[in-house]
Each structure stands twice: as C-alpha cells, then as structure tokens.
Design a protein around this ligand. Structure first.
Ligand SMILES: NC(=O)c1ccc[n+]([C@@H]2O[C@H](COP(=O)([O-])OP(=O)(O)OC[C@H]3O[C@@H](n4cnc5c(N)ncnc54)[C@H](O)[C@@H]3O)[C@@H](O)[C@H]2O)c1
Length: 251
C-alpha cells in the first residue's frame, strides 16, 4: 500500500547517510516530504540526496555532527532558511563502542554519549524551540533500541545512552502536548545495516536467533514505524515507543 502523508512537511533525519536513517529519509521523500539529509559524512549524504532527487523527491544535504551543540543549532537554522519551517525531527544518528565497564575508556564512553544521548537532547531541544516559534505542532521520533529496554553483555555505553533516550522521549513527549508537539521513539532489534554488517557471521547468526522471529530486521521495517509515529495517523500517541524487534523484548 502506498501513502502520501507528508505533503508540504519538512523533515530532518540525522545520521541519514546510511542504514536506518537513509531508508527513513528516502521513505519520507517518497511520501512527498521535503527532506533534510543530515550527517557528518558529506559524500554518502550527498549520494542519498542524489538518489532521492533521481526518484523525483525533494531533499538537501546539511553536514552536522550530532554530538556538537552548534552543529545542531545550525542544522535547524539552515533547514528553516532553505525550506521555511520544520515539521518533523528524526533523531537517528548513533554509534556503538562495545566494552564492559571496566574495559570501557572514559573517552569512549563520552564519545558514545555525545553522539547518542547529547545528540538526541540537542535535536529534541532545538526542534521543540523551532516548533514553538512556529506556533506549535510538530513531531519528533527518536531512535532508541531494544537496548533502551534490555541489556546485553558489553553494551555499557550504548545501552546507557539508549536508556536515557527513553526517558527523554517520555519527558519531551508529555511536556508540550498542549502545544501540539508529540515525541515518540522507535526501538529496533538487530537490523541489517552497515552498523551490524561488521559483526562476524557466527555472531550475526546468534543475534538473529535471539529474535523469536529468528532473523534480523530490515531497514524498511523500521521506517514503517518511524513514518507512522511522525504522521497524523499517530495523533493520540506521545511519550511512548514502538519496538520493531521481531519479539526480542517480549520473551
Ligand atoms: N542496526 C541496528 O541493528 C540498530 C538496532 C537498534 C538501533 N539502531 C540505531 O539506529 C540508528 C542508526 O543505526 P544504523 O544501523 O542505521 O547505523 P549506520 O552506521 O548504518 O548509520 C549511522 C549514520 O550515522 C552517521 N553518524 C555517525 N556519527 C555521527 C555524528 N556524530 N553526527 C551525525 N551523523 C553521524 C554515520 O555517518 C551514518 O551515516 C542508531 O541510532 C543506532 O543506534 C540500530
């Protein structure tokens, strides 16, 4: 089934040069959104923009490091300068550095926190400020993880930051409902993207088996939930999450 839910809507997707963010950006564009592909990787970000445009969609690339306050502020400003407003923020950029806490350097912890949690905070804060300046309305979709809910050995930094995003989502998702601003989270299980492709095949097989559905997920299965929560179809939904995880957290 095809939809067209984002006519005249301006959407930012951070970390949109690859994986889940790339597919979300393309899916929004396919439903007529004006899309800002935000990423640190200019070459791949521009490729995504070119592919969106080749498919008849509208998109621009803005280089922004999600871990930097200034970059996040400028991302919103440049978006508004170009498209005139902002309707949807998808805070997707994220990284993982695996180590149990005794082996995790403080430097690596701060790096993961800066991009995953501080980055989500900046994206939410500056998006809400922009929504309020426009008179209210607007939707935020944060990308959490099954590890917003459950641990796995060695995921200290990642799970800590993804857990923080859950409470950020609940807080932002309840503080501005009178202004028409909703905020929700999508929590994917293990998804086939460049982030997980680096994992050894035997570990990928083991990860797949942890999902009762007995496979890893695909990016379009995550995009379906992101676009739903960003759309008016989710008008009574805020401060919560959808787990796109093949049953991983249900057992
Ligand atoms: N792939 C999975 O199995 C999985 C599962 C659960 C959650 N997630 C989450 O989904 C999100 C996307 O993951 P993915 O698998 O698509 O990853 P990916 O590595 O394929 O893509 C991540 C993108 O983020 C960009 N990025 C990295 N650091 C950045 C920064 N500082 N500022 C801006 N952009 C930056 C990268 O350049 C890349 O384009 C992440 O938040 C990740 O934690 C992924």
């Amino acid at each position: 089934m095809s939809y067209n839910r984002f006519v005249d809507k301006v959407v930012i997707v951070t970390g949109a040069a690859s994986g889940i963010g790339e597919d979300a950006a393309k899916s929004f564009a396919a439903e007529s959104a004006k899309v800002v592909v935000a990423d640190i990787n200019e070459k791949e970000g521009q490729r995504v923009v070119d592919e969106i445009q080749a498919a008849g969609g509208e998109a621009i690339f803005i280089q922004a490091d999600s871990g930097q306050e200034t970059d996040n502020r400028e991302l919103i400003q440049k978006t508004v300068d170009h498209f005139g407003k902002l309707d949807v923020m998808v805070a997707n950029a994220g990284i993982n550095i695996e180590a149990k806490i005794a082996d995790l350097s403080v430097e690596d912890y701060k790096k993961v926190r800066a991009i995953n949690l501080d980055g989500a905070f900046y994206a939410n804060k500056f998006a809400v400020e922009q929504f309020l300046s426009q008179g209210g309305g607007g939707a935020i979709v944060n990308i959490g993880s099954i590890h917003s809910h459950v641990a796995r050995q060695g995921l200290t930094a990642y799970a800590t930051t993804k857990g923080g995003i859950q409470m950020l989502t609940k807080q932002v998702g309840t503080d501005y409902l009178e202004e028409g601003i909703r905020c929700n989270m999508v929590c994917p299980g293990y998804i086939n993207t460049p982030l997980t492709e680096t994992v050894a095949p035997e570990i990928r097989e083991k990860l797949a088996s942890l999902h009762p559905i007995n496979r890893m997920g695909e990016v379009d299965e995550v995009s379906a939930a992101i676009l739903f929560l960003a759309s008016d179809d989710a008008s009574f939904i805020s401060g919560t999450d959808i787990k796109v995880d093949g049953g991983y957290t249900a057992v």
